[in-house]
Design a protein around this ligand. Structure first.
Ligand SMILES: CC(C)(COP(=O)(O)OP(=O)(O)OC[C@H]1O[C@@H](n2cnc3c(N)ncnc32)[C@H](O)[C@@H]1OP(=O)(O)O)[C@@H](O)C(=O)NCCC(=O)NCCS
Length: 183
């Protein structure tokens, strides 16, 4: 098992190139992360450029897992919620390099995103994942609750529709959890 380090990512050329390569690889392998296969690397690069610019404005945090100089996984914490949902954040763009899967990279990224969300005063996380070939098992293992499924929600990267599963999780110490424990 390889060791890895998790860091917040910034708009540096090397980082942008590795994020783009990772996204292209994950989409090609069938990962449902909003894009269709084949994904041109320039399109991936434009997506990450905009994402990292949003991160620089504090609207999101893009976390990366590194093995040495190699980016092996990423997750995004979306922080830019409407004025009536300041306590909520969203998990998105979770992906691990095919060669590094099954070694705890995604779980570590998710835990780090949760810790960061708490620091930012967030008490509720939501996310969605494809019903067909998504990561529901990962989220269940990390304590997320299934809210429900929307059928035929999106195209899979190689075509054909998949539903989406909506998950949520209260973060420890949140008002809702305290309320629940005193009921
Ligand atoms: C889903 C994904 C990010 C998991 O990455 P990973 O680094 O291999 O995951 P981890 O090794 O941290 O897995 C942690 C645990 O979750 C489980 N798990 C991970 N992915 C799972 C899946 N798709 N289904 C069921 N269980 C899963 C693992 O078995 C592991 O359990 P264990 O601790 O009992 O061994 C990776 O498979 C991926 O990039 N998929 C394509 C993109 C995608 O679908 N992303 C999710 C979008 S919402």
């Amino acid at each position: 098992m390889s060791t890895f380090e998790i860091r917040r990512l910034e708009a540096e050329p090397g980082t942008l190139a590795q994020l783009s390569e990772l996204l292209v690889e994950v989409v090609a392998q069938g990962g449902s992360v909003s894009f269709m296969h084949p994904l041109p690397v320039q399109e991936a690069s434009t997506f990450w450029s905009l994402a990292l610019a949003a991160a620089a404005r504090g609207e999101r945090a893009v976390l990366g897992a590194w093995t040495g100089q190699r980016l092996v996984g990423t997750v995004t914490l979306l922080l830019d919620t409407p004025p009536n949902q300041p306590h909520r954040a969203e998990i998105a763009k979770m992906m691990t390099r095919v060669s590094q899967r099954g070694q705890g990279v995604a779980a570590a990224l998710l835990r780090e995103a949760e810790a960061l969300a708490q620091v930012r005063g967030k008490t509720l996380l939501v996310l969605d994942t494809a019903s067909d070939g998504g990561a529901a098992g990962l989220y269940r293992k990390l304590g997320y609750t299934l809210a429900g499924e929307i059928p035929d929600y999106a195209l899979k990267p190689h075509g054909g529709l998949s539903g989406t599963l909506i998950f949520w999780k209260r973060l420890p110490g949140s008002a809702g959890e305290e309320r629940a424990s005193t009921e």
